[in-house]
Design a protein around this ligand. Sequence first.
Ligand code: ZN
Ligand code: ZN
Length: 355
Amino acid sequence: MRLEKVREFLASKGLDGLLVIQPENRRYLSGFTGSYGLLLITPDSAYIATDFRYYEQVERECPGFTLVKVEKDFADVLPKLLEETGVKTLGFESFYLTVEEYRKWRKAARKVKLVPCQDIVGEIRSVKTPEEIQAIRKAVALADEAFSHICQVLRPGMSEKEAAWEIESFMRTHGAEKVAFDLILASGPNGALPHARASDKPIKEGEPIVIDIGCVVGGYCSDLTRTVVLGKPDERFSEIYSLVLKAQEKAERAIKAGMRARKADSIARKVIEKAGYGPQFGHGLGHGVGMAVHEKPRVGKLSKDTLQAGNVITVEPGIYISGWGGVRLEDIVVVQDEGVEILTRSPKGLKSAIL
Ligand code: ZN
Ligand code: ZN
């Protein structure tokens, strides 16, 4: 099925083959979980080229793929492979290939026309099957559990790094392969930077704490943000928090298949702009989530994507105030024909944010 879609693309572009090197794309098409490998997909064959570390693994993980043994460099085996398959026009993932590799391939495949291609496999990946949604559900549920755990153990005086490690170790000991990204735990003024990492700063009572976490389960990612306060928050917190929540809920109620992604962004953005905080919401509303934590579709002001049933995206408005901090709320939703299914279960009412 997945390979069929690639083959439809080949036919539509008049290509004899596509070389796939981007790691998630490679795993998506072949099942291969190793760190080095290239796929060649042609209309009637599929090859995986890798080195001796993975020969056995390929046999196990990639039924239907023919193994090509690479001893030194893929460019060494490329001429023979092209001759064997009769490929004359070869597509490659131009957004991912290094100039160095391109130069080597160019030299090794002089008679073949190399055609730069957009991320077609990423495009195919953006619409999830029910099995993939099930896998994402597991990763989301574990992030929810980890969030609930940190809410119970978070104390004033704990450093951001300690709290982040508490979350990470919870995830790792409860079924995660790894964290999906460097976990973000940003308290007080640190929360004003949307991508702050955890620092040595001790967490204080009364300041907003942005907790943005995710894990990988069975090859699929989750991505969850909640903002909480230990003890009594200031008035500004209630105002900003309620606004971000309103923006998120409005977008979640409106999003459905067929909507332009930038329209979804603008629904949330308008709520925040109307209240005068437009410039403080400096990032897009969300992004696709799957084997990679950031993938297609893009959900922002400049996105050209249209939402499709089966897209799994985040909805994560935020407001960031320099010197004070930030509030961000992030859910993962499945886009459906008539609306969305919200996979994230962590509570998000204002009351639940005050620990
Ligand atoms: Zn996130
Ligand atoms: Zn996100």
